[in-house]
Design a protein around this ligand. Structure first.
Ligand code: ADP
Length: 158
């Protein structure tokens, strides 16, 4: 069976990410959630906080692990003995960027495939940035992120 790496910012992990992982965990021997440190987005949470939140939320999955990374994704994928990069697609708007990213990674490492899972409909509109936006404006985020994450957001936003 094949190992996969699921890279992202996970600032913070949402129910959309978790749903995708639930499905991926059945398809791959092991899935490594790879939390990007050198992201051009300016994350609300530090790399350690993002890794800790994801690890806590995913503790019940026995073939999923969470680590931070700051090197080239294809190198990270190889060192984790994985041959698949897993990404999620929500809307057509995700496609352009994902297509470019997959093409670049194939050109860097032709032996690694990018595989996409489409979002579950109920999470199609869900993104980490919208969750933070709603939380900042005191909206209810209980449907979008697990309780541990709500607590961390509350702590961070005060
Ligand atoms: P990035 O900054 O690399 O886009 P994210 O943490 O925002 O990282 O997302 C990581 C991956 O999870 C991306 O492939 C993204 O498309 C996917 N994803 C994010 N939200 C959802 C969702 N609600 N449903 C399915 N996939 C999602």
């Amino acid at each position: 069976m094949v190992n996969a790496v699921y890279p992202g910012t996970f600032d913070p992990i949402t129910n959309g990410h978790i749903d995708l992982l639930k499905r991926a965990a059945k398809m791959f021997a092991h899935v490594t959630v790879a939390v990007a440190d050198n992201t051009s987005k300016q994350p609300l949470f530090t790399i350690n906080e993002r890794v800790a939140m994801a690890a806590s939320v995913l503790a019940d999955f026995n073939n999923v692990s969470v680590v931070g990374f700051d090197n080239l994704l294809v190198e990270f994928t190889r060192t984790n003995n994985a041959s698949v990069i897993l990404r999620g697609l929500r809307a057509v708007s995700d496609f352009e960027y994902e297509f470019q990213l997959a093409g670049m990674n194939r050109s860097l490492a032709p032996d690694i495939e990018t595989i996409f899972l489409t979002t579950a409909e109920q999470y199609a509109y869900l993104s980490s940035s919208l969750v933070k936006e709603v939380a900042r404006l005191d909206g209810n985020i209980a449907k979008f992120v697990p309780p541990q994450v709500i607590a961390e957001i509350d702590r961070k936003l005060g």
